[in-house]
Ligand binder design. Structure first.
Ligand SMILES: O=C[C@H](O)COP(=O)(O)O
Length: 252
Protein backbone atom coordinates (compact mmCIF):
# COMPACT_ATOMS: atom_id res chain seq x y z
CA UNK A 1 0.00 0.00 0.00
CA UNK A 2 1.54 3.31 -1.06
CA UNK A 3 1.33 6.18 1.47
CA UNK A 4 -0.30 9.47 0.52
CA UNK A 5 2.48 12.09 0.37
CA UNK A 6 1.83 15.82 0.45
CA UNK A 7 4.76 18.12 -0.28
CA UNK A 8 4.62 21.90 -0.12
CA UNK A 9 6.85 23.74 -2.57
CA UNK A 10 7.31 27.33 -1.48
CA UNK A 11 9.22 28.18 -4.68
CA UNK A 12 10.99 31.58 -4.32
CA UNK A 13 8.90 32.77 -1.37
CA UNK A 14 9.28 33.14 2.38
CA UNK A 15 11.41 35.12 4.79
CA UNK A 16 12.78 34.48 8.27
CA UNK A 17 9.72 35.86 10.05
CA UNK A 18 7.03 34.32 7.85
CA UNK A 19 8.81 30.93 7.86
CA UNK A 20 8.73 30.88 11.66
CA UNK A 21 5.03 31.77 11.72
CA UNK A 22 4.34 29.04 9.15
CA UNK A 23 6.13 26.33 11.13
CA UNK A 24 4.48 27.43 14.41
CA UNK A 25 1.01 27.35 12.82
CA UNK A 26 1.59 23.96 11.19
CA UNK A 27 3.00 22.58 14.47
CA UNK A 28 -0.17 23.68 16.31
CA UNK A 29 -2.35 22.21 13.55
CA UNK A 30 -0.54 18.86 13.61
CA UNK A 31 -0.41 18.65 17.43
CA UNK A 32 -3.63 16.70 17.75
CA UNK A 33 -2.43 14.06 15.26
CA UNK A 34 -2.65 13.57 11.52
CA UNK A 35 -4.42 11.01 9.34
CA UNK A 36 -2.46 7.75 9.34
CA UNK A 37 -0.75 6.39 6.21
CA UNK A 38 0.28 9.87 5.10
CA UNK A 39 3.60 11.72 4.88
CA UNK A 40 4.13 15.47 4.79
CA UNK A 41 7.03 17.67 3.75
CA UNK A 42 7.86 21.26 2.96
CA UNK A 43 10.47 22.57 0.51
CA UNK A 44 11.67 26.09 1.38
CA UNK A 45 14.30 27.98 -0.66
CA UNK A 46 17.89 26.81 0.03
CA UNK A 47 18.90 29.64 2.41
CA UNK A 48 16.03 28.81 4.78
CA UNK A 49 16.63 25.07 5.05
CA UNK A 50 18.76 25.36 8.19
CA UNK A 51 16.23 27.68 9.83
CA UNK A 52 13.32 25.38 8.99
CA UNK A 53 15.23 22.27 10.09
CA UNK A 54 15.94 23.93 13.46
CA UNK A 55 12.29 25.04 13.86
CA UNK A 56 11.01 21.55 13.00
CA UNK A 57 13.21 20.21 15.83
CA UNK A 58 12.29 23.00 18.24
CA UNK A 59 8.57 22.36 17.78
CA UNK A 60 9.04 18.55 17.74
CA UNK A 61 7.20 18.44 14.43
CA UNK A 62 7.55 14.71 13.94
CA UNK A 63 4.98 14.65 11.14
CA UNK A 64 6.80 17.12 8.89
CA UNK A 65 9.89 16.36 6.80
CA UNK A 66 12.07 18.81 4.96
CA UNK A 67 12.79 18.91 1.25
CA UNK A 68 14.71 21.05 -1.23
CA UNK A 69 13.63 22.46 -4.59
CA UNK A 70 16.63 21.35 -6.66
CA UNK A 71 20.08 19.73 -6.44
CA UNK A 72 23.15 19.67 -8.61
CA UNK A 73 23.83 16.82 -11.03
CA UNK A 74 27.47 17.04 -9.87
CA UNK A 75 28.79 15.54 -6.67
CA UNK A 76 31.03 18.49 -5.66
CA UNK A 77 33.60 20.86 -7.12
CA UNK A 78 33.88 24.08 -9.09
CA UNK A 79 30.20 24.61 -9.95
CA UNK A 80 29.42 28.14 -8.79
CA UNK A 81 25.88 28.53 -7.51
CA UNK A 82 25.10 24.81 -7.54
CA UNK A 83 24.04 22.96 -4.37
CA UNK A 84 25.27 19.41 -3.78
CA UNK A 85 22.78 16.71 -2.79
CA UNK A 86 25.13 15.73 0.05
CA UNK A 87 24.80 19.27 1.48
CA UNK A 88 21.01 18.97 1.38
CA UNK A 89 21.24 15.68 3.25
CA UNK A 90 23.31 17.42 5.93
CA UNK A 91 20.52 20.02 6.20
CA UNK A 92 18.10 17.19 7.13
CA UNK A 93 16.34 17.04 3.76
CA UNK A 94 14.45 13.86 2.94
CA UNK A 95 13.08 14.89 -0.46
CA UNK A 96 14.49 16.89 -3.37
CA UNK A 97 12.39 18.16 -6.28
CA UNK A 98 14.14 17.76 -9.65
CA UNK A 99 13.05 18.75 -13.14
CA UNK A 100 10.29 21.14 -12.09
CA UNK A 101 8.78 22.68 -15.24
CA UNK A 102 9.83 26.14 -14.04
CA UNK A 103 13.45 24.96 -14.12
CA UNK A 104 12.99 23.05 -17.38
CA UNK A 105 11.65 26.27 -18.93
CA UNK A 106 13.73 29.03 -17.30
CA UNK A 107 16.99 27.06 -17.00
CA UNK A 108 16.52 24.86 -20.07
CA UNK A 109 16.93 21.70 -18.03
CA UNK A 110 16.71 18.59 -20.20
CA UNK A 111 15.63 15.09 -19.16
CA UNK A 112 19.23 13.79 -19.04
CA UNK A 113 20.24 16.53 -16.58
CA UNK A 114 17.13 15.86 -14.48
CA UNK A 115 18.04 12.16 -14.30
CA UNK A 116 21.61 13.10 -13.28
CA UNK A 117 20.20 15.20 -10.45
CA UNK A 118 17.93 12.35 -9.36
CA UNK A 119 20.95 10.01 -9.23
CA UNK A 120 22.84 12.43 -6.96
CA UNK A 121 19.81 12.68 -4.69
CA UNK A 122 19.50 8.89 -4.50
CA UNK A 123 23.23 8.52 -3.82
CA UNK A 124 22.79 10.87 -0.86
CA UNK A 125 19.97 8.69 0.48
CA UNK A 126 17.09 11.07 -0.16
CA UNK A 127 13.98 10.73 -2.34
CA UNK A 128 13.96 12.58 -5.66
CA UNK A 129 10.61 14.03 -6.70
CA UNK A 130 10.90 13.92 -10.48
CA UNK A 131 8.52 16.34 -12.21
CA UNK A 132 6.96 15.65 -15.60
CA UNK A 133 4.09 17.25 -17.45
CA UNK A 134 2.85 18.62 -20.74
CA UNK A 135 2.21 22.22 -21.84
CA UNK A 136 -1.20 23.52 -22.91
CA UNK A 137 -0.18 23.35 -26.58
CA UNK A 138 0.95 19.75 -26.21
CA UNK A 139 -2.34 18.78 -24.57
CA UNK A 140 -4.46 20.70 -27.07
CA UNK A 141 -2.72 18.97 -29.95
CA UNK A 142 -3.45 15.56 -28.40
CA UNK A 143 0.16 14.80 -27.48
CA UNK A 144 -0.06 14.93 -23.66
CA UNK A 145 0.46 11.22 -23.03
CA UNK A 146 3.19 10.97 -25.67
CA UNK A 147 5.11 13.90 -24.12
CA UNK A 148 4.85 12.61 -20.55
CA UNK A 149 5.75 9.06 -21.64
CA UNK A 150 8.83 10.50 -23.33
CA UNK A 151 9.89 12.27 -20.14
CA UNK A 152 9.33 9.15 -18.03
CA UNK A 153 11.15 6.96 -20.58
CA UNK A 154 14.28 9.12 -20.27
CA UNK A 155 14.23 8.76 -16.48
CA UNK A 156 13.73 4.99 -16.78
CA UNK A 157 16.60 4.64 -19.23
CA UNK A 158 19.02 6.24 -16.74
CA UNK A 159 17.61 5.29 -13.36
CA UNK A 160 16.32 1.80 -14.24
CA UNK A 161 15.06 0.01 -11.11
CA UNK A 162 16.33 2.84 -8.88
CA UNK A 163 13.16 4.59 -10.00
CA UNK A 164 11.43 2.46 -7.35
CA UNK A 165 13.01 4.77 -4.74
CA UNK A 166 11.80 7.97 -6.43
CA UNK A 167 8.52 9.84 -6.54
CA UNK A 168 7.11 11.13 -9.81
CA UNK A 169 5.12 14.37 -9.79
CA UNK A 170 2.75 14.79 -12.72
CA UNK A 171 2.37 18.54 -13.09
CA UNK A 172 0.55 19.68 -16.23
CA UNK A 173 2.25 22.99 -16.99
CA UNK A 174 -1.10 24.62 -17.87
CA UNK A 175 -2.35 23.91 -14.32
CA UNK A 176 0.63 25.34 -12.42
CA UNK A 177 -0.18 28.58 -10.65
CA UNK A 178 -3.09 29.22 -13.01
CA UNK A 179 -6.01 28.11 -10.84
CA UNK A 180 -6.91 25.68 -13.69
CA UNK A 181 -6.65 22.38 -11.84
CA UNK A 182 -6.78 19.23 -13.95
CA UNK A 183 -10.03 17.43 -13.24
CA UNK A 184 -9.55 14.43 -10.98
CA UNK A 185 -10.31 12.15 -13.95
CA UNK A 186 -7.85 13.87 -16.30
CA UNK A 187 -5.15 13.60 -13.63
CA UNK A 188 -6.05 9.98 -12.84
CA UNK A 189 -5.88 9.04 -16.54
CA UNK A 190 -2.34 10.42 -16.83
CA UNK A 191 -1.24 8.82 -13.56
CA UNK A 192 -2.62 5.50 -14.83
CA UNK A 193 -0.75 5.94 -18.12
CA UNK A 194 2.50 6.56 -16.19
CA UNK A 195 1.92 3.52 -13.97
CA UNK A 196 1.24 1.30 -16.97
CA UNK A 197 4.44 2.58 -18.60
CA UNK A 198 6.38 1.71 -15.43
CA UNK A 199 4.74 -1.73 -15.40
CA UNK A 200 6.00 -2.34 -18.96
CA UNK A 201 9.47 -1.95 -17.41
CA UNK A 202 8.86 -3.75 -14.11
CA UNK A 203 5.61 -4.54 -12.27
CA UNK A 204 7.31 -4.16 -8.91
CA UNK A 205 8.67 -0.70 -9.69
CA UNK A 206 5.21 0.33 -10.95
CA UNK A 207 3.48 -0.76 -7.76
CA UNK A 208 6.04 0.98 -5.50
CA UNK A 209 6.46 4.39 -7.15
CA UNK A 210 4.33 7.15 -5.66
CA UNK A 211 2.89 9.42 -8.35
CA UNK A 212 1.93 12.84 -6.99
CA UNK A 213 -0.27 15.38 -8.76
CA UNK A 214 0.71 19.07 -8.88
CA UNK A 215 -1.08 22.08 -10.32
CA UNK A 216 -3.46 24.42 -8.49
CA UNK A 217 -4.24 22.00 -5.64
CA UNK A 218 -6.42 23.75 -3.08
CA UNK A 219 -8.24 22.55 0.03
CA UNK A 220 -11.48 22.31 -1.95
CA UNK A 221 -10.19 20.10 -4.78
CA UNK A 222 -7.72 17.94 -2.82
CA UNK A 223 -10.26 15.39 -1.55
CA UNK A 224 -11.41 14.42 -5.02
CA UNK A 225 -7.86 14.25 -6.42
CA UNK A 226 -6.49 12.17 -3.52
CA UNK A 227 -9.42 9.73 -3.80
CA UNK A 228 -8.19 8.59 -7.23
CA UNK A 229 -6.53 5.15 -7.20
CA UNK A 230 -3.32 6.22 -8.98
CA UNK A 231 -2.91 9.62 -7.30
CA UNK A 232 -0.60 9.13 -4.33
CA UNK A 233 -0.58 12.68 -3.03
CA UNK A 234 0.27 16.17 -4.14
CA UNK A 235 3.02 18.67 -4.84
CA UNK A 236 1.44 21.90 -3.68
CA UNK A 237 2.76 25.30 -4.73
CA UNK A 238 0.76 28.46 -4.04
CA UNK A 239 -1.61 26.95 -1.47
CA UNK A 240 1.31 25.66 0.62
CA UNK A 241 2.34 29.24 1.42
CA UNK A 242 -0.71 29.60 3.64
CA UNK A 243 -0.19 27.24 6.60
CA UNK A 244 -3.94 26.80 7.18
CA UNK A 245 -4.50 25.82 3.54
CA UNK A 246 -1.51 23.47 3.66
CA UNK A 247 -2.92 21.82 6.79
CA UNK A 248 -6.34 21.52 5.19
CA UNK A 249 -4.81 19.82 2.14
CA UNK A 250 -2.77 17.50 4.37
CA UNK A 251 -5.96 16.46 6.17
CA UNK A 252 -8.14 16.29 3.01
O1 LIG B 1 5.48 22.54 -7.28
C1 LIG B 1 4.30 22.85 -7.30
C2 LIG B 1 3.59 23.05 -8.52
O2 LIG B 1 4.32 23.76 -9.46
C3 LIG B 1 2.18 23.52 -8.38
O3 LIG B 1 2.11 24.89 -8.11
P1 LIG B 1 0.67 25.53 -7.79
O4 LIG B 1 0.07 24.69 -6.70
O5 LIG B 1 0.96 26.93 -7.35
O6 LIG B 1 -0.12 25.46 -9.04
Amino acid sequence: MRPLIIIGNWKMNGNLASNEDWIKTVARGMESGMPSGRKFAVCPPFPYLAQCAALIKEYSLAFLSLGAQDASAFESGAYTGEVAASALKEMDCSYVIVGHSERRETHHEADELVAGKALQVLDSRMTPVICVGETADERNSGRAVEVVRGQVAKQLSVLQDRLADCLIAYEPVWAIGTGKVASAQVAQDMHRAIRLQLAEFDEDVASHVGILYGGSIKPDNAVELFAMPDIDGGLVGGASLNPQDFLAICKA
